[in-house]
Ligand binder design. Structure first.
Ligand SMILES: Nc1ncnc2c1ncn2[C@@H]1O[C@H](COP(=O)(O)OP(=O)(O)O)[C@@H](O)[C@H]1O
Ligand SMILES: [Mg+2]
Length: 473
């Protein structure tokens, strides 16, 4: 009896699906699977795990590709894949960006940006193709082209993973969610080629991923720093019905402050959004050091941006805009960032050249191109608004920004973004400014959350410093 037990080899489970949608995905043989919904629902892990299981069953017939729109986006994916596949004695070939499994199967990681990329794989006899973050595709054509790379005769499977909110929100919703919102039902689709195939929507919710919620209890809170509350709700529930709403409902009266003299040593920034028929807008911000010019504490945490001035106007020519901006911030020498489009020069001088000619007279710094990545820019504003205490304050003397920031609404076609049809000019200027002065990722709640011994010591050091400063005046 005991003989066999003595020789039993310890088997370690490297990966197992979680009950629910992940398990469904692993067992699902249907040609096209839309595995969509919550951010953090376990979709990516589900696909990687499925491939680990399927390659064992298929041996050298397993020939899969994991696509992302751009390959650098796959770095985290590859790291996670290594955690699962290397213990299975798979071999990672970095040059080829592929895993070779001991049974002879292979899994490659490839970019799929457009139709041309998809053409490269025609006739490749793939057993599986996974498209990560299909919501990043405004147009699904490159994905449909991949069907030409699948093994013939009903073999082969394409798996899309996606969240609500991206540029692909609309077509994903029409195809996967509209026909049967609860999912788990076999549907039929016809390709432009006339080929028909079965497909299914497997919905995913964040609570389907108990492993993540146990391991990272702050996960949901952190999502709130990235998306509007309505979008975060949709992300968590995997809900594609995004309701109308304010893009920045976090904005409240606690962000509005009475004007004060901005300490001279605080660094200054100017964000500018050009306009003529539609308004131009400029906003000035200063970054708190936590102290005033005499070393006294101020109620704005170190690193907070205080918007202390705004300027906007419609139908004003470039010279007049520049004159006004430069004369308002004389001797402030802000770091100036502007909407990148003003740097275009089609033959003649660019708008920026025209503004610069005026700025030179005032010895006002010139503009540099702002980072115009909208989603990450809005996230900077949101993170500053939801901070406790907030890290963004606006002088009550800036009515244009104060009116338009809270009225910015969600773009229904691309809910992770703000609607651009409203008066968003001051908000754009603010976004450029915040993108230039990124929130300190290491920022933590001040003093009272630290352990007491350290707080006391820090307070003591501050006191000594403050005292020594005072004597030197
Ligand atoms: N079956 C599983 N086994 C172990 N960890 C898991 C499993 N499913 C999910 N996870 C964990 O949850 C994290 C988030 O899941 P992920 O698949 O990246 O979510 P999604 O792609 O839906 O946003 C993973 O990085 C992994 O740490
Ligand atoms: Mg994922």
């Amino acid at each position: 009896m005991g003989f066999i037990d003595d020789y039993k080899v310890e088997e370690k489970v490297v990966w197992a699906p979680q009950q629910g949608p992940q398990e469904m995905l692993v067992n699902c043989p249907i040609t096209l699977v839309g595995y969509g919904g919550a951010r953090g629902g376990g979709k990516t892990d589900g696909v990687l795990g499925k491939f680990a299981i399927v390659q064992e069953q298929m041996g050298e017939d397993f020939n899969a590709i994991f696509f992302r729109k751009e390959l650098p986006q796959a770095d985290d994916l590859i790291e996670r894949a290594k955690q699962i596949y290397l213990p299975l004695r798979a071999h990672w070939q970095d040059q080829k960006k592929q895993f070779r499994f001991p049974g002879g199967g292979r899994l490659r990681f490839r970019p799929l940006a457009n139709d041309d990329d998809a053409e490269k794989f025609q006739g490749q006899n793939l057993s599986h193709a996974a498209i990560e973050e299909a919501g990043n595709y405004a147009n699904p054509n490159p994905i449909w082209k991949l069907f030409g790379a699948l093994r013939g005769k009903g073999g082969g499977q394409v798996i899309l993973t996606f969240n609500p909110g991206g540029v692909g929100h609309h077509w994903l919703k029409i195809m996967f969610i509209k026909p049967w919102p609860k999912g788990f039902k076999i549907l039929q689709k016809e390709l432009p080629t006339g080929r028909k195939f079965d497909y299914i929507y497997i919905p995913s919710r964040v609570h389907d991923n108990q492993i993540l919620l146990a391991k990272d209890p702050g996960y949901i809170d952190r999502l709130h720093m990235v998306g509007s509350p309505e979008l975060v709700r949709a992300w968590l529930e995997g809900d594609f019905e995004i309701h109308e709403g304010s893009y920045f409902p976090e904005f409240s009266s606690k962000h509005i402050v009475a004007p004060f003299n901005v300490p001279k040593h605080w660094p200054r920034y100017l964000g500018y959004d050009w306009g003529f028929h539609s308004p131009f807008a400029a906003v000035w911000g200063a970054v708190s050091s936590g102290k005033d010019d005499h070393g006294n504490e101020v109620p704005y945490p170190k690193g907070a941006i205080i918007i202390y001035r705004e300027l906007w106007g419609k139908g004003i020519n470039n010279v007049d805009q520049a004159e006004k901006i430069a004369s308002l911030s004389l001797n402030e020498f802000p770091v100036c960032v502007a909407d990148p489009s003003i740097f275009n020069n089609q033959g003649g001088p660019s708008i920026n050249d025209q503004l610069n000619a005026v700025f030179a007279k005032y010895k006002h710094p010139g503009f540099k191109q702002a980072d115009n990545d909208r989603i990450s820019g809005w996230a900077q504003i949101r993170q500053r608004l939801v901070g406790n205490p907030p890290l963004l304050y606006i002088f009550a003397s800036c009515p244009y920004l104060l009116e338009t920031l809270p009225s910015l609404s969600i773009d229904k076609k691309k809910p992770e973004d703000a609607d651009t049809t409203g008066p968003d000019h001051a908000c754009d200027a603010l976004r450029y400014l915040c993108k230039e002065r990124l929130i300190d990722a290491a920022w933590e709640k001040p003093a009272d959350t630290f352990n007491r011994g350290r707080v006391k010591l820090q307070a003591y050091v501050d006191m000594i410093r403050a005292a020594s400063k005072r004597t030197s005046i």
